[in-house]
Design a protein around this ligand. Structure first.
Ligand SMILES: C[S@@+](CC[C@H](N)C(=O)[O-])C[C@H]1O[C@@H](n2cnc3c(N)ncnc32)[C@H](O)[C@@H]1O
Length: 352
């Protein structure tokens, strides 16, 4: 399957449907040169013979296979998706590693490993870094599965945000005319499941180039994988507008340190040169009412991550992006988008 995509093309936000991922999406991940090259290099540089390794969220098993090929003594591989996990088993056996691994078909919170491991490898990152809920998952895994002397791969990651001007992306969100890998990834169904009414209260997968930046990117949140990372937070950022444009939302991306000398940065936008990631693209956090801005204006952002009042899936998370656009000391406009439905929130607060 070849996935063709263009700059400013709005795609279905795959990180919101983890439990529905199929072979098409796993194929897309396996063909993603930026992702694969970085993970292969990192695993080869970190895995030492005799290591016991956990591949958390093994999917089709590629990262676990690389760990075994790099000399790992034993591999534990966990995945909640039973259909995809059979492909991992096939891969390990075809690699000649029968007897050197054990798989667990469950969510990691419910797994108990027979022993602690030297290394936890995972690729449960979303394009905002934490939009596949890695913080509680890896905090729990570190606590229960890792030896005191053990290592995490990735070892750290940060989220970057930058305000952008993309009228093209805005129009696609407004008309809900978005691209998807196959018909199983359905926007209307996703909006319904999340109880989010406006398509502007959701983020999307979109490649946004530097030409669309209105300001310099800033780090919004950092994660050290040390057991103390925050899963719920409020971050205030002020962006100085440097060019004329129509502010339509924010671009989000992550930079992950996989190993000492291996960094995976998905912010690039040269599709032909593979500086973009086929599976992550970038995150686009749209605003409903675009605002004309000019150099000297300031975009003040309150970026919030939280969990909804009613959680209907282990991966249900919410982001909220709101703020003011300032010209001198005057507020010329404001925005407020949230993945938690206001109606549900209001009805819950009135019921109580
Ligand atoms: C982004 S995919 C990566 C798959 C594979 N490691 C790779 O790199 O190609 C993440 C996988 O982790 C699984 N997953 C995510 N969180 C999990 C958890 N807490 N417990 C078990 N499986 C999980 C998903 O089902 C999915 O197959």
């Amino acid at each position: 399957m070849i996935c063709q995509y263009e700059v400013e093309e709005v795609w279905f936000p795959l990180s919101e449907t983890i439990l529905e991922w199929d072979e098409d999406f796993h194929e897309l991940m396996l063909g993603d040169k930026l992702r694969m090259a970085a993970y292969k290099k990192a695993i080869e540089s970190v895995v030492q013979p005799e290591m016991i390794v956990l591949d958390l969220g093994t999917g089709t098993g590629i990262l676990g296979l690389w760990a075994l090929e790099a000399g790992a003594k034993y591999l534990y591989a966990i995945d909640v998706n039973s259909k995809i996990l059979t492909l991992a088993i096939q891969r390990f056996n075809q690699g000649g590693f029968y007897g050197r691994y054990e798989v667990f078909n469950a969510i990691s919170y419910e797994v108990n490993l027979p022993q602690r491991v030297d290394l936890i490898i995972s690729e449960i990152l979303g394009n905002l870094a934490d939009n596949e809920d890695f913080v509680p998952i890896l905090t729990d895994a570190r606590q229960r599965f890792l030896k005191k002397s053990g290592r995490m791969l990735p070892s750290s990651v940060y989220t970057q945000l930058v305000p952008v001007s993309s009228v093209k992306a805005h129009q696609q969100v407004k008309s809900k005319n978005i691209k998807r890998l196959n018909t199983k990834y359905n926007l209307e169904r996703l909006l319904q499941r999340l109880a989010v009414e406006s398509p502007f209260n959701l983020y999307y997968d979109v490649i946004l180039s530097q030409q669309s930046y209105l300001s310099k990117p800033q780090i919004a949140q950092e994660f050290q994988m040390d057991g103390n990372d925050q899963q719920v937070y409020n971050v205030i950022l002020t962006f100085n507008v440097e060019v004329d444009g129509i502010f339509t939302g924010f671009k989000g991306s992550f930079v992950a340190t996989l190993a000492d000398s291996v960094v995976l940065d998905i912010s690039g936008s040269d599709i032909a040169a593979h500086t973009t990631s086929d599976c992550w693209k970038h995150c686009y956090l749209p605003i409903e009412n675009p605002v004309e801005v000019k150099p000297g204006d300031q975009i003040q952002l309150l970026y919030t991550r939280f969990y909804p009042t009613h959680r209907n899936s282990p991966f249900r998370q919410c982001y909220k992006w709101s703020g003011n656009i300032m010209r001198g000391s005057s507020i010329i406009s404001y925005f407020e988008q949230s993945m938690e439905s206001r109606e549900i929130f209001q009805s819950l607060t009135t019921d109580n």
